[in-house]
Write a new protein. Structure first.
Length: 154
């Protein structure tokens, strides 16, 4: 089993272990596409939702939209520790891949998180996070990130 199955955690100020979105996202980049596809089909662990919510300052309804599930499903999955379905897992995987690219471009997790959660004129006033709901939207976000990285016009 790949190392992605391990739960990278960081300790909160209360001493409670909290999953780290950035550690998990970076770990996804170390496995093959074949392994990622297998993980998506099996379903990501529900703590991905908590980690994503925390990394970008999202509400439960916002993470529910990104994962294409209802807010009640988010709560139920977290309580039962039941894996996400492949659609939700694929969306989280896509967001993780874009987030890693943004971290590489901005060289800072906090700046990358803020950029992803802020409406962007080059993206029609939408947030990069919301565009990651679809592959076409994620492609637009990647295009803007590459333009920033390479100093080109968007």
């Amino acid at each position: 089993m790949s190392t992605v199955a391990k739960r990278p955690v960081k300790r909160s100020s209360s001493g409670t272990a909290q999953p780290s979105f950035w550690s998990m996202a970076l770990e996804l980049t170390t496995i093959t596409e074949h392994e990622r596809l297998a993980r998506i089909r099996l379903g990501f662990e529900p703590y991905w939702l908590v980690a994503t919510k925390s990394a970008f300052g999202l509400t439960v309804p916002m993470i529910a939209v990104i994962a294409n599930v209802s807010a009640s499903t988010v709560e139920r999955r977290l309580k039962s520790d039941e894996a996400l379905d492949p659609v939700a897992s694929e969306r989280i995987d896509r967001l993780a891949q874009v987030a890693v690219l943004s971290k590489e471009v901005f060289e800072n997790e906090d700046i990358a998180s803020q950029w992803l959660a802020t409406p962007n004129d080059s993206l029609g006033g939408q947030t990069p996070l919301s565009l990651c709901e679809t592959e076409l939207g994620a492609r637009q976000v990647r295009r803007v990130l590459h333009a920033i990285e390479w100093g080109g016009a968007v």
